[in-house]
Design a protein around this ligand. Structure first.
Ligand SMILES: *Cc1c(COP(=O)(O)O)cnc(C)c1O
Length: 324
């Protein structure tokens, strides 16, 4: 039994046509739509709100007074966990990879504004990061707090339920949907969309956050469907990772410029920029074709753009300085 989700976001999010972006990609003007999950509202918006509605409901039912989670320094998930905590009168402790020396821009500035406390875990891998978070929870319990550990990226079967609902919204908004394109990070978002829409209708673009993100998406999604979807049945592109998760790839930089200049839509360098770059590659190799309905799921991440020095530099270089 899971508890009903605690309302945190504004739903359903809109779906908007993107005819000029479609043409630039080589699709027909009615072929491409954008699901605006950057507009979920709370804390600057983004996909983690849908997952947190379920995860936080379970934490509240257990009597938690503090949300603890993990992430990269520019984690959108950590920022939105801090926002959910603020909205509900809970404390937030963010266990972040790295050290306090990093620039406090982008998501880190918002983490501070939202009142979260930060614990720097050093340059550790995923497993060690989770261990540090467990230790932080133990310390908090010793001090009399009641911490609830929110999984990395909000990804679990419970969190993925939020994306089952997103998939249901999409089905109603775009009945002829052929492919929903989404960034694949910790896997919960793709897991929920696949449970709602079917494996053949969701194209995940790996951003390089996990060694095997398809396995993660399959694992989180398995309990949500009767027919067990295995990792090998998922549509996943791994050609957009480049030099790694936090790096700005050439195709992602180009995707950011393209979405901004054709539709006035701002993407982020780590997730949604890669998702659009992956869609462009899918059109080039024929996996996504003109005449089919494609939806780009905009999962948010704008604060991360301002926390990414290379992305800011690329945007500044792209700007024209003089009109005359
Ligand atoms: C976390 C995140 C994703 C990826 O979602 P997962 O469920 O972790 O795969 C995509 N876009 C943005 C902006 C994110 O912050």
């Amino acid at each position: 039994m899971s508890h009903p989700p605690v309302p945190l976001g504004t739903f359903p999010t809109p779906v908007e046509p993107a005819p000029r972006l479609a043409a630039a990609l080589g699709l027909g003007p009615d072929d491409l739509w954008v699901k605006r999950d950057d507009l979920t509202g709370l804390g600057g918006g983004g996909n983690k709100i849908r997952k947190l509605e379920w995860i936080v409901a379970a934490a509240l039912a257990e009597g938690a007074d503090t949300l603890v989670t993990t992430g990269a320094p520019q984690s959108n998930h950590a920022r939105l966990t801090a926002a959910a905590a603020a909205r509900l009168g809970l404390d937030a402790v963010l266990v972040l990879r790295g050290s306090p020396g990093v620039s406090r821009s982008g998501n880190l500035a918002l983490d501070g504004l939202l009142g979260a406390r930060l614990h720097w875990a050093g340059d550790v891998d995923r497993a060690a990061l989770d261990t540090v978070a467990e230790q932080v929870c133990a310390r908090l319990r010793e001090k009399g707090a009641r911490p609830a550990l929110v999984p990395f990226g909000g990804s679990s079967t419970l969190g993925a339920r939020g994306y089952v609902r997103c998939g249901e919204e999409l089905r109603a908004q775009v009945p002829e949907l052929r492919t929903a394109v989404v960034a694949l990070g910790s896997g919960g978002t793709m897991a929920g969309l696949v449970a709602a829409l079917g494996a053949e209708s969701v194209l995940g673009v790996d951003v390089g956050a996990l060694a095997d993100p398809a396995a993660a998406a399959a694992e989180f999604g398995a309990p949500l469907t009767a027919e067990r979807v295995t990792a090998d049945r998922l549509r996943v592109r791994r050609d957009q990772v480049g030099a790694g998760y936090a790096t700005l790839t050439g195709p992602a930089a180009e995707a950011l410029r393209l979405a901004a200049r054709t539709e006035g839509i701002v993407l982020d360098p780590v997730y949604t920029g890669r998702a659009l770059a992956g869609l462009a590659a899918a059109v080039r190799d024929g996996d996504v074709r003109p005449g089919e309905k494609t939806v780009l799921v905009h999962t948010g991440g704008l604060p991360g753009l301002f926390g990414h020095a290379d992305a800011v530099a690329a945007a500044q270089e792209a700007a024209g300085t003089h009109v005359f």
